[in-house]
Design a protein. Sequence first.
Length: 259
Amino acid sequence: MSYDDFGTRSAPRGAITWVTLTVALAALAVALVAFMRQQSAIDAAEVAKLHADQVSHQLRDVYTDNSKLARRVRSTERDLSVAPLARRVRRSVFTITAGPKLGTAFAAWRVPGGTYLITANHVVDGYSGSVSIEKPGGSWEGEIVRRDAKNDLALVRVAGSPQGAPPLWQRPRTAKPRVGDRLVLAGSPYGLGGTITTGIVSRVTRRMIQTDAAANPGNSGGPAIDRRGRVVGVLLAGGGENINFAVRIDRACQTLRSC
C-alpha cells in the first residue's frame, strides 16, 4: 500500500454511526431542555393566573362584605338617631285643650277643606264644645266629630290645613309593631308641646302596645311611631315606671275612619 492509498482511506462506518448518534442525542437533549423550560413557563403562567383569580375572588368577597357592613352601619345609624324622624313628627303634633283638660292630638289625614286629628277620648270625654289645638306658630279651633269610648279614641276636625303640619296617617296603613322594635312617642306632657321620647316595644296584644318609652300626663292622644315613620298606635295611659300603653292604630279603623 502506497502513501497515497493511506491518505485517502475512508473512516470506519461504525465511527460515523456513533458520531451521528451522539449529535442526535445532543439535539434531543437540547430540545428536551427547551421543552421542559417552555412547560415550566406555561405551568408558572397557569399558577400565576390561578393565583390572580383567587386574589380577584377574595377581593370581590371583601368588597361585598364591606358593602354589606356599610349598609348595616348606615341602618344602625338610622336606628340610633331619631333626630330626622323627630323633626318630621313634631310638626304634626299639637297640644289639645278641652275645657280644663290638656292632651295631645296629631294631624292624621286631610280632605278638601279640612284636617282630621286623632286624640284620646278621655281627653275630651264629657266635653261638647269646640276644642283648641296649638303648637308653636299658631292655634286653631276644632270640632269633636267622633268618639270611640271602647278604644279610647276621638276624632277632631279643623277647618283648613294647619300650616306646616303634614298628616301622619293620610293612607290608613295598619302596621303591626314587633316586640323589640324601636318606638318614638310624640306629645305634650304637662302641656310641654313637641316632646319626643323613645323606647322599645315591650309587648303587643290584639288591641294594645306596651312600651318602655317615657310618657306623662298630657301625652295621651299622641302618636306612637315606628322607625320607618309609620303610626302604629295612639298613646292612652301609663301603667307605672317604664310601662306605658298605646292602642293599636288599626283600632281606629273600627269607628274613626274606613280603612
